[in-house]
Write a protein that binds this ligand. Structure first.
Ligand code: SAM
Length: 373
């Protein structure tokens, strides 16, 4: 009898141990080990992001909570949220918040930073790794509002150039970016002294870099990347045009709000400013796009879920594209096809027109009825 009891007891023990082993084995490994940011670098990060009373600061991979705690304690941020996969770090963060007397204003979440909902953040701080920053980049663009600021200790974001870079003690580097509004597309307005001239501005966008062409009647003026500046929702550009037989410098400055830009126009040699309101032609990137490449037909489906865009390559099955961005009426994505291929295009009617690795690229919208056939 006692032998049976011992056998049952051992079987039970074996079962519990197996469950424990499975749980440990399934725990997601850390993408980055814990290395704390020194206090003087924390200060520089929050200064560069200009953190103040209206800000909600998220530290993704928050370690012992020091950045979030400093944001609310020293910079008077409205709230701070830290996310870390390591429960030990979350315990330390809560303990440090208690010691700093800021528990009311902070929240520490045990979880994966790639799965955290960061839509309410106005400032995101990072101390991760270059490859982790790159994986995170599309999520930042998908979830953060234009004008939100991102600061990263030591690591950049690849070809998303920083808006500002500063060093601390000649050793630590802090990178700063502002999430730009989506301005790609065709914008129109009426101008001239009596509003008699029709203006058309065609813009393309790569992160915060903007360029295009301005058409006024039959005249076309190039807007080079160096002529335009996009910081959050604030777009400005300068053109040199013939006005009344004279060459003048015209500067546009406006705030982008969805499909409207509102601001002012300044003309060199003329006193005062004029009002400027531009509207973007209706265009949606959503839907399915088709193009041929290397003798093969490729299909891209763009879907909008919960206000966020996702791109899928639809060939054998649907494969979500990780590095995918929508900027207004423009789209950019990178896929692996005999090396990296980066596509950037703007919707014009039923076409997506742009470049792939710098060469011409045109995709056609697949009509619903044609898809069903
Ligand atoms: C280099 S430390 C930075 C800590 C803190 N942000 C600082 O600057 O002092 C990176 C942190 O990211 C956390 N981490 C790594 N991978 C993560 C993931 N996938 N999700 C959430 N946290 C993660 C680690 O546990 C670690 O605490």
């Amino acid at each position: 009898m006692w032998r049976k009891h011992v056998a049952v007891w051992f079987a039970g023990l074996f079962f519990v141990c197996s469950l424990f082993a499975i749980a440990v084995a399934q725990k997601r490994p850390l993408d980055v080990p814990f290395v704390p940011t020194p206090p003087e670098v924390v200060k520089k990060m929050l200064q560069m992001a200009n953190v103040g009373k209206d800000d909600i600061v998220y530290d993704l991979g928050c370690g012992d909570g020091r950045i979030v705690i400093a944001a609310v304690r020293d910079f008077n941020a409205k709230r701070g949220v830290g996310v870390d996969l390591d429960p030990q770090r979350i315990r330390e963060s809560n303990e440090n918040a208690r010691k700093a007397g800021v528990t009311e204003k902070v929240l520490f979440i045990e979880g994966d930073l790639f799965k955290a909902d960061i839509r309410e953040a106005t400032v995101v701080t990072l101390y991760l790794l270059p490859s982790v920053n790159l994986r995170l980049r599309p999520k930042l663009f998908r979830e953060l509002k234009p004008g939100s600021r991102v600061v990263s200790h030591d690591f950049d974001m690849g070809d998303w150039e920083a808006d500002k870079v500063e060093t601390v003690d000649n050793y630590h580097t802090v990178y700063y970016w502002v999430i730009p509004a989506g301005v790609a597309g065709t914008w129109r307005w009426a101008g001239g002294p009596k509003g008699e001239q029709q203006f058309r501005l065609e813009l393309t966008q790569v992160f915060q870099k903007v360029k295009g062409m301005l058409f006024v009647g039959k005249a076309a003026t190039e807007i080079r990347e160096t002529d335009a500046k996009l910081v959050g929702r604030q777009l400005s550009f300068t053109t040199v045009r013939q006005v009344g037989g004279q060459q003048v410098k015209v500067t546009y400055n406006g705030q982008v709000n969805g499909d409207t830009i509102e601001g002012t126009v300044t003309i060199s040699g003329q006193a005062g400013v004029r009002k400027w309101v531009a509207k973007r032609d209706p265009a949606t990137v959503e839907g399915t796009w088709r193009w041929a490449e290397g003798g093969k037909q490729l299909l891209l489906t763009i879907e909008r879920r919960d206000g966020q865009y996702f791109g899928m390559l639809v060939n054998q099955g649907r494969e979500q594209i990780d590095d995918f961005y929508v900027w207004g009426a423009g789209v950019q994505f990178t896929i692996e096809r005999d090396g990296k291929r980066t596509y950037n295009g703007v919707v014009r009617g039923d076409k997506l027109i742009g470049t792939v690795n710098g060469e011409a690229w045109v995709a056609e919208r697949v009509k619903q009825s044609a898809r069903r056939r």
